[in-house]
Design a protein around this ligand. Structure first.
Ligand SMILES: NC(=O)c1ccc[n+]([C@@H]2O[C@H](COP(=O)([O-])OP(=O)(O)OC[C@H]3O[C@@H](n4cnc5c(N)ncnc54)[C@H](OP(=O)(O)O)[C@@H]3O)[C@@H](O)[C@H]2O)c1
Length: 325
């Protein structure tokens, strides 16, 4: 089978298109014929091995333990290993795996769900990691309530577009922060108000928010807190541009350390996929509450270009690699 492979960490040039043996589903595993593979910042982190923190966390010290990139997958079940009860050959599925930039991938059955009936393979591959992050961030970490005013920073990106859609679904009043090229998009996915960060600095405006959901931009905690209501909640989801050791995570660590000493609730989280929430994402997609925005698609051969675009940091919605048509 064709696959994108990397032997070492580095820039996009470490990615090579190679022929690999087709994997065989082991116990509890499903072999998926990949139709599409979603992309996100996490794939770039695994390609570069940056920040170094991820190497210490077990993803491989000198080089990646998993040579084929890609976590988000959609496709058809090709075969099932012993003990698999939820899926059969031919089922259309989506979920997460280790190595979706390939024609076939094996993954545990609990990492998959049946593809939303209303979604194409391309859309389904855009859902798992980013939609689960928005769900875990807004539902569990922020505990967002109807009527609350929420500011979503990085609203036009992969996690951001889902966060806007979900926050509206939960009945919040949403302000999205994004660059000039994404103003219309962010409005179209449901934001009540949109701020262009190249024109206005929301930390200098009068508006105060019950919740700030910070996905991009790396603004200091002190500035973000200026835009929070007196007992408001700040959730740091991500943000790049940090040093090579911690990346953007220094703000997450800072928020958790500072929170016990201030009236604001400063929080962070790491989204972990699970089958129950993948099922929630499927149902939200079928209900029309989550509609993937696909900014760009690429053939498998252009995975390196796709990751270069992600690195530039201005993705529109989700990017997807189309493996089979
Ligand atoms: N905590 C978790 O479990 C978790 C899970 C997944 C991802 N993450 C992290 O979340 C972050 C975002 O991920 P993503 O997949 O959504 O990234 P993405 O698709 O690349 O989107 C980032 C968005 O931020 C916008 N942006 C860039 N600079 C900005 C600024 N100064 N102010 C406001 N918006 C800005 C970009 O476009 P414009 O500049 O054109 O608006 C882009 O749309 C990453 O750091 C990732 O590692 C965390």
């Amino acid at each position: 089978m064709k696959a994108i492979v990397q032997d070492v960490y580095g820039s996009k040039d470490v990615l090579q298109l190679r022929e690999l043996d087709k994997p065989i589903a082991g116990e509890g595993e499903v072999l998926v014929r990949v139709h599409a593979a979603g992309l996100d910042r996490g794939v770039w982190h695994m390609m570069t091995g940056l920040p170094y923190l991820i190497r210490i966390l077990g993803f491989g010290f000198r080089g990646p333990k998993i040579p084929v990139p890609g976590m988000d997958v959609s496709g058809e079940v090709e075969s099932v290993g012993s003990g698999v009860t939820r899926f059969k050959v031919g089922d259309e599925v989506f979920g997460t795996c280790e190595g979706s930039f390939a024609e076939f991938v094996c993954t545990k059955e609990e990492k998959l769900a049946l593809k939303p009936e209303s979604s194409s393979f391309e859309e389904a591959a855009a859902l798992p990691v980013s939609a689960l992050t928005a769900l875990h961030g807004l539902r569990d970490c922020a505990q967002l309530e109807a009527g609350q005013k929420i500011l979503i920073i990085g609203a036009g990106g992969g996690v951001g577009t889902y966060a806007v859609e979900l926050a509206k679904h939960y009945g919040a009043i949403v302000t999205g922060v994004c660059g000039p090229s994404k103003q219309e998009l962010v409005r179209s996915v449901g934001a009540d108000h949109v701020i262009d960060y190249t024109k206005d600095d929301f930390t200098e405006l009068d508006e105060r928010y019950d919740q700030i959901f910070d996905i991009a931009g790396n603004r200091p905690l002190s500035k973000l807190r200026r835009a929070l209501a007196p007992r408001g909640t700040l959730v740091i989801v991500g943000g790049e541009e940090g040093d090579r050791w911690l990346g953007g995570t220094h703000r997450q660590i800072g928020a958790l350390l500072l929170s016990p000493f201030v009236k604001h609730n400063l929080r962070s989280f790491i989204s972990e996929e699970n089958q129950a929430d993948l099922q929630v994402v499927k149902e939200l997609a079928e209900a029309g509450a989550l509609k993937p925005v696909i900014g760009k698609t690429y053939p498998l051969e252009q995975a390196a270009v796709a990751l270069e675009d992600i690195e530039a940091g201005h993705a529109t919605g989700k990017s997807v690699i189309l493996v089979a048509q």
